[in-house]
Write a protein that binds this ligand. Structure first.
Ligand SMILES: NC(=O)c1ccc[n+]([C@@H]2O[C@H](COP(=O)([O-])OP(=O)(O)OC[C@H]3O[C@@H](n4cnc5c(N)ncnc54)[C@H](O)[C@@H]3O)[C@@H](O)[C@H]2O)c1
Length: 326
């Protein structure tokens, strides 16, 4: 199949591209490279540098092309940054996505997978969080993702032939087991890469918030290995191909780990001691975010294979020590 991957030079997108190529799909990547890395894109894929906010370039790109499916990762990803620059997030995540979807559907694409997020739920009133939990995002980032889910729903109402799955990721983490690809955001806000950067540079690690309503007072998150995450996309794609419709799935493990537990695991795996500086909690960070993953398990038979915390941290450390030079 011919698959278009937006944001395929980013962390999760680059793993997706390799996974699709490994099953002999033809893959085209569009990415602005504003936050991605060309070297992360598998050389077997076609790469086009393109910003999805640029409607004219996007229209020219699609002209005369046909894709069997679209997997849309491109966007900005930081809760914190989105609170500082909500307009920028809206323009990229909401307007950029609208551009991609409308042109893609106009060109005949009828299968779309969209990278949504647990941030659409906001402060959970129920843990673990099921897909039908109320959606009350507490950040502009979460709002942009919810708005984009709505865009897809509206498009589907006009195009009965369109099928889509919005996958609500919890915390993507980990790296290729051989250290060949890994997480490299700039700005980086995720705990595992930040802890590893702190160890490799000898700098302090900022632990945000030690007053959460959790047993060790640090917040609890659900970590899914990036290799499992891309596998969930394959399952979801097969589903939308077979049964037309719109689907919403949480992608998580159902297991929560506190920030302290993650940092303890980083110290155990690396054999090094972190210099931890305790800071105020960040705005919009709930106490716990843990997925109820039962829907994707029962409907698509998806179960994570690599997502135990030790395996996640080991793979991330392999990648960091081999690839990041400070
Ligand atoms: N990383 C996570 O834990 C996580 C959790 C929930 C949801 N998500 C979602 O998954 C997707 C991928 O996340 P990631 O961690 O790989 O992020 P990333 O920043 O590594 O990748 C995003 C890619 O999109 C590209 N991009 C951004 N704006 C673009 C534009 N206007 N035009 C073209 N390309 C553009 C960037 O250059 C980058 O390569 C995002 O949509 C994010 O919101 C990620």
């Amino acid at each position: 199949m011919k698959i278009l991957v937006t944001g395929g030079a980013g962390y999760i997108g680059s793993f997706m591209v390799k996974r699709l190529l490994d099953q002999d799909d033809q893959v085209t990547v569009i990415d602005s490279l504003e936050r991605g890395h060309l070297e992360a894109v598998d050389r077997r894929a076609d790469f086009i540098k393109l910003d999805i906010r640029d409607l004219k370039s996007l229209t020219d790109f699609f002209s005369g092309k046909h894709f069997d499916g679209l997997i849309h990762f491109a966007g900005y990803i930081s809760v914190e940054e989105s609170s500082k620059y909500p307009k920028k997030y809206y323009e990229n995540n909401v307007e950029g996505s609208k551009n991609v979807f409308s042109i893609a559907v106009g060109s005949g694409v009828n299968k779309i997978i969209f990278s949504s997020t647990a941030a659409v739920y906001g402060n959970p009133i129920k843990i673990p969080i099921p897909e039908d939990h109320p959606k009350n995002p507490t950040s502009p980032y979460g709002e942009t993702k919810l708005a984009t889910e709505e865009t897809l729903k509206a498009l589907r109402e006009k195009n009965a032939n369109l099928s889509f799955a919005a996958l609500r990721y919890f915390n993507a983490a980990g790296a290729a087991l051989d250290g060949s690809n890994g997480e490299n955001h700039d700005p980086e806000t995720h705990i595992i890469p930040l802890a590893m950067r702190a160890l490799l540079t000898g700098s302090e690690f900022s632990l945000y918030g030690t007053d959460y309503d959790t047993p060790d007072r640090t917040c609890i998150r659900d970590y899914i290995h990036v290799l499992d995450l891309v596998e969930a996309h394959i399952k979801a794609f097969n589903r939308i191909e077979k049964d037309r419709g719109c689907y919403y799935y949480n992608i998580g493990t159902g297991q929560g780990h506190s920030n302290r537990q993650v940092l303890d695991m980083v110290e155990k795996v690396t054999g090094r001691k972190l210099k931890i500086r305790e800071e105020e909690r960040r705005a919009g960070d709930p106490d716990r975010l843990v997925a109820d993953p039962s829907k994707i398990k029962s409907e698509l038979g998806f179960s994570p294979k690599y997502s135990n915390l030790e395996a996640i941290v080991k793979s991330a450390w392999t990648w960091h020590t081999r690839n990041l030079k400070f």
